[in-house]
Design a protein around this ligand. Structure first.
Ligand code: NAG
Ligand code: NAG
Ligand code: NAG
Length: 767
């Protein structure tokens, strides 16, 4: 029976990966005739939106030859947040437009797919408790969260507006009627906006203007479920007694339960999104007066092509949103655990990784030399105490009842099997039975690691370790005459998160487009998330809930927390909010204090900055971080200069001719992180911190240098007072390696006795 359960769990895991891996593609249609191109023209030059559209028509007319043709080919005019348009053109017409004055960039209409509760308690925001960020901000009332996704299921209880105040006066958007969507009935003080943008999708399908045969509601109504799930996670109202197939999980709610939702449906049948629709949603959301944008879609690998170097539609839309003070939170992608897979890594975006709150089971293995290594197990028996340790004389597979040297000892063995997880599982079950049979006291199995631990689930002392840790234990055994070990029970308890892991599927850094920028920025719960969903039978519109996983689910967790932070600190810039989130993140498990593990190919390793950025989001600490690493729009433009963007793009984004301060190095950009992908010798860089805590504060530096790297900070004390609110400091980083290394990780923390303002340091030596 247990075995069947194993297989089920295994397959459900594969199912999740499958669901996620299907999304790994970016589709760019390659037709030779007319297709959709996006003409991006940068920041808009004046406020008269009709005049802006008219200049778009003029430009298209000059290329297509007739005004009628131009109006007919135009799909969208972007004119609120920035200027540009999407239109049907041939490749040569698109090339002609590229060279016209005012045009920053012409891009094909790429297509993206979806990336597919007790998490709030886990994050320290329990409901109905005083003195937390939730309580202090009136649950985010007055903050408007925009969700760009597959729409909404308005009847779900999660969108009720009980206890929510009047619609904020800054709101300029509206609800759009459409198929099975009636603004009068479906919108309220919670769901204040609901729009849909389909023209880019229809053009991509080759049927511009015609919705015939589209298997989706031609309205803001969600047919997929993804958008309902993400928006209710970000800002759903409290709903009591929510359960999923009989599994009661109590009160369900979003991160900012009183924040308002503005839905922009851009994900159509099968979760397809196009650039043209995405840009229109950004343009409209900026106009409408939203505070936060949550974007759970993207390419699963960073976009980079000849045609499309460095910047695409999401880059431009999100840049203009951030320039206007709107925080943009986006999914890092589900292409993990391989390195260099993180996407949506624009420097102004908060890029989100996903963690699994409680699916690792660290099992301490303490060697006689005092070193404790972490294995994985479901060992629920008694601590072995300090006992003798021996190495197996063969592999785990060849252990036999003749091996009496094991009697009275804990044995370490290696599996030779590179077979399937289930094959390894069978070997482990056999090896454990042998050791037990000859009177062994326990077994440590060095194997290809995986999360399926059922073979280790009983009171017999045992643990799995990967080959690297196994080799460490073996060298300890070889180094000493009487090797000793102590196996302690695994820290597991059902229903209580014991140790967080960064989920296997979560995309990892470094960020290939700019390896000196740390991405992802932050991790949030993304695995096994319960939230509102579309009803199974679309004709019976009852409130439905579902558990799904992905960085898509982690993203609205961060967006909801950003809404609360914005309510608590209305004047903070998007960079300040990002800094507050990164510098205060948990670097160990929020509940148990155990380290955060990395569910990669080597599950027993600690997670690092490329897995989770600053760590796991800690909302209550982020409210008052002490210091922030702030950035302005100018800083982002200078950052693009340092990244090597061309001046046409930079001037377009800025809306005026902008020259690069060529001396600026990417290392000096004021990120809340330091990442050096190719250090040779010594580099000195600068950071600036702004005091947002008590006016008179003294901070002292604490450095945890990456292994083999020297980090010195000047000055090492920062004195803030009524006239000194901002202080710059320099960081000198030297490598001692005279050969190429991989990445080593450390941190730099400012401490005033109350706050720990920590930024991660990642250094790779390129000798
Ligand atoms: C905040 O906590 C206080 C004290 O428990 C309570 O009276 C109040 O209703 C709470 N407010 C919110 C918005 O939860
Ligand atoms: C929730 O369930 C509990 C226990 O079944 C019940 O006592 C309570 O009335 C329910 N609350 C609501 C709002 O339905
Ligand atoms: C690193 O510095 C050493 C010593 O100056 C030099 O010989 C070497 O070529 C440098 N390596 C790179 C990759 O620049």
């Amino acid at each position: 029976m247990d075995k069947n359960k194993n297989i089920f769990i295994l397959f459900s895991f594969f199912f999740v990966s499958l669901l996620l891996f299907q999304n790994a593609n970016v589709y760019t249609s390659a037709l030779s005739e007319s297709k959709v191109y996006i003409v991006y023209m940068g920041a808009r030059q004046h406020d008269d939106v009709d005049r802006i559209t008219s200049t778009h028509h003029d430009m298209l007319t000059s290329v297509l030859g007739s005004r009628e043709g131009a109006v007919g080919s135009m799909i969208y005019s972007y004119r609120h947040g920035f200027s540009g348009f999407a239109a049907m053109m041939t490749k040569s017409q698109a090339q002609t437009i590229t060279n016209l004055p005012g045009v920053v960039k012409v891009m094909p209409n790429s297509v993206y797919k979806l990336q597919t509760t007790r998490t709030w308690d886990y994050l320290g925001l329990p409901f109905n408790s005083a003195n937390n960020l939730l309580n202090d901000t009136n649950m985010g009332d007055d903050i408007i969260v925009a969700v760009l996704d597959s729409g909404v299921t308005p009847e779900n209880e999660a969108y009720n507006d009980k206890g929510v105040g009047p619609i904020p006066s800054k709101w300029k958007g509206y609800c759009q009627s459409g198929e099975l969507f009636d603004p009068k009935k479906n919108c309220n003080r919670k769901l204040i906006g609901a729009r849909y943008f389909i023209d880019g999708y229809l053009a991509y399908k080759g049927q511009p203007g015609s919705t015939i045969g589209i298997r989706d509601y031609i309205s803001p109504r969600d047919s997929n479920g993804h958008g309902t799930h993400t928006s209710s996670t970000a800002a759903g109202s409290p709903v009591s007694n929510v359960s999923y197939k009989g599994l009661s999980l109590g009160t369900l709610r979003g991160g900012a339960p009183r924040a308002r939702l503005a839905i922009y449906k851009i994900g159509w049948e099968d979760g397809i999104f196009t650039d043209a629709d995405i840009l229109k949603a950004f343009d409209t959301a900026i106009h409408d007066g939203v505070d936060v944008i949550s974007a759970s879609f993207g390419a699963d690998v960073p976009l980079y092509s000849e045609l499309y170097p460095q910047a695409g539609a999401i880059s431009f839309g999100s840049f203009h949103a951030v320039a206007q003070g709107i925080t943009v939170v986006a999914a890092g992608g589900n292409a993990g655990p391989a390195a260099q897979t993180v996407s949506n890594g624009e420097p102004w975006i908060i890029t989100v990784a996903a963690n699994t709150p409680d699916r690792a089971f660290p099992t301490p293995i303490t060697l006689g030399n005092g070193q404790t290594l972490m294995g994985q197990s479901l060992f629920t028996g008694k601590d072995t105490g300090v006992v003798n340790l021996v190495a197996a004389r063969g592999s785990c597979e060849t252990l036999s009842t003749m091996d009496t040297y094991i009697t009275g000892n804990v044995v370490l063995c290696f599996t030779g099997s590179r077979g399937s997880d289930l094959e390894v599982l069978r070997f482990v079950i056999r090896a454990r039975a042998v050791v037990r049979g000859v009177g062994g006291l326990g077994i440590i199995v060095s194997q290809k690691p995986f999360t399926l631990l059922d073979a280790y689930a009983d009171s017999f002392p045992s643990a799995q370790v990967d080959y690297e840790i196994g080799t460490k234990i073996l060298s300890y055994i070889a180094s000493i005459r009487y090797p000793k070990v102590r196996l302690s029970p695994s820290k597991t308890q059902i229903g209580k998160p014991i140790s967080s892991v960064i989920a296997k599927y979560s995309s990892r850094g470094p960020y290939t487009i700019a390896p000196a920028i740390l991405k992802p920025d932050i991790a949030a719960p993304g695995t096994n998330i319960l939230a509102a969903y579309v009803p199974e039978n679309p004709n019976i519109r009852i409130s439905t809930y579902k558990i799904i996983s992905g960085t898509s689910m982690a993203t609205p967790h961060v967006a909801g927390i950003v809404a609360l932070l914005k309510a608590a600190n209305p004047n903070w810039s998007p960079a300040a909010i990002k800094s507050a989130i990164v510098t205060t993140a948990w670097t160990s498990d929020p509940s148990s204090g155990q380290p955060i593990f990395n569910e990669g190919e080597t599950i027993s390793k600690l997670a690092d900055a490329f897995d989770h950025g600053g760590g796991i989001i800690n909302p209550n600490k982020a409210r008052s971080p002490g210091l922030i690493y702030d950035m302005s729009t100018t800083d982002y433009l200078q950052c693009l200069c340092a990244m090597g963007y061309d001046s046409r793009v930079i001037s377009g984004l800025a809306g005026q001719a902008t020259s690069c301060n060529n001396g600026l190095s990417i290392f000096d950009v004021n990120f809340p992180s330091i990442t050096m992908p190719n250090l040779n010798g010594t580099v000195t860089l600068t950071r600036t911190v702004t005091n947002v805590g008590p006016v008179n504060s003294v901070y002292k530096v604490m450095v945890e240098p990456p292994k083999g790297i020297t980090v010195s900070v000047t000055p090492s004390t920062l004195n803030f007072n009524p006239s000194v609110k901002k202080i710059s400091f320099s960081v000198k980083i030297s490598t001692s390696y005279l050969f190429n290394t991989g990445y080593y990780f450390g941190s730099l923390t400012w401490n005033d006795g109350v706050n720990n303002v920590r930024i991660p340091i990642s250094v790779k030596t390129m000798y």
